[in-house]
Ligand binder design. Structure first.
Ligand code: GDP
Length: 301
């Protein structure tokens, strides 16, 4: 989570200046809260948090800070850090989120997102994570537009020793999915991971195709995969996928790079859906459970 930490180090730096000023004041006043909140807002915007979400966050923290009795043991600065921290954790989802693996087997997980967001790689990573936990994943390439995409997943499956459905570009994605699930039942695979086609931009043909799969197959998860580096854009795209498909969770990729982490806050707030995992590298073991508390604590704790 280096990227996220950078964002918050930034924020901490900014707040330190304000807290220095606050030291000596006995209590939180509307004035010193406003000073601190200005810094919070700037830091959030710098970190690529959407304007609306930053505004919402600041309003919520301000309200909590003004209403709060300052305990004797905490300075006003510490008090504000505590409230910002609590609010960050809450906004990021409160607790870690699991993926749904119970219920009728095989469970079926569909990965969705724009081209290049990391769907195929993340499908492989997820298969590895589940295999390491003792499950029997089955990888299903359902991108019939790019033969290379089918091959890419086949290569990942070979490396991981995870079976890959022999999809062909001549078959409709929805038929690939139903055939693959039938195959999984016969072979006793308990987790079907469908890697769907992406486009460079959201388009209705793609959405229609995903909705067709959604209607034909009982999906236990629709995981929206987003590139954390794309910041603001990722928010709009996430909103659209959530509206059209009712996603069940989010995976943010490329979180180890220079991404400023704001996408995490914004996407979570806009969709209301949990961030379940983060991708932190190209290697197949570079997938981590998303920990809101850990992220917030590392920053301001
Ligand atoms: P897709 O088009 O959505 O299937 O995207 P791919 O899985 O092909 O990924 C696009 C590129 O992003 C590839 O070069 C991946 O190696 C890379 N990638 C995916 N996830 C991560 C990540 O968490 N960190 C980094 N650094 N690169 C990633």
């Amino acid at each position: 989570y280096r990227a996220t930490r950078t964002m918050f180090e930034n924020l901490t730096d900014r707040l330190e200046g304000v807290f220095k000023k606050l030291r000596g004041h006995g209590k939180l006043t509307e004035d010193n809260i406003q000073d601190a909140m200005r810094e919070v807002r700037i830091a959030l915007l710098d970190a690529d948090v959407s304007f609306k979400v930053a505004k919402q966050f600041v309003a919520s923290v301000t309200e909590k800070a003004i209403g709060r009795e300052v305990g004797k043991s905490l300075s006003p600065g510490q008090q504000i850090i505590k409230i910002v921290h609590e609010e960050l954790v809450s906004l990021l989802g409160g607790d870690t989120a699991q993926i749904e693996l119970d219920g009728r087997q095989p469970v079926v997980i569909m990965m969705a997102g724009l081209q290049g967001s990391g769907k195929t790689t993340t499908s492989g990573k997820l298969a590895k994570m589940l295999k390491d936990k003792g499950r029997r994943p089955y990888l299903v390439p359902a991108d019939v537009y790019r033969p290379a995409a089918i091959e890419q997943l086949q290569v990942l499956g070979d490396r991981l020793d995870v079976p890959v459905h022999p999809s062909t570009t001549a078959t409709k994605p929805v038929d690939i999915c139903t055939q693959a699930i039938a195959e999984a039942k016969i072979k006793n695979y308990d987790t079907v991971i469908i890697d769907t086609a992406g486009r460079l931009h959201v388009d209705n043909v793609l959405m229609g195709e995903l909705q067709e799969i959604q209607a034909a197959v009982q999906l236990s998860e629709i995981l929206f995969v987003a590139d954390a580096m794309t910041g603001q854009d990722a928010v709009t795209v996430a909103d659209k996928f959530n509206t059209d498909l009712e996603i069940s969770g989010i995976i943010l990729t490329k979180m180890e790079g220079d991404a400023r982490g704001g996408a995490a806050l914004s996407i979570k707030t806009v969709t209301g859906k949990p961030i379940k995992f983060v991708g932190v590298g190209e290697a197949l073991d570079a997938l981590e459970v998303f920990h809101p508390e850990r992220v917030a604590s590392r920053i301001l704790g």
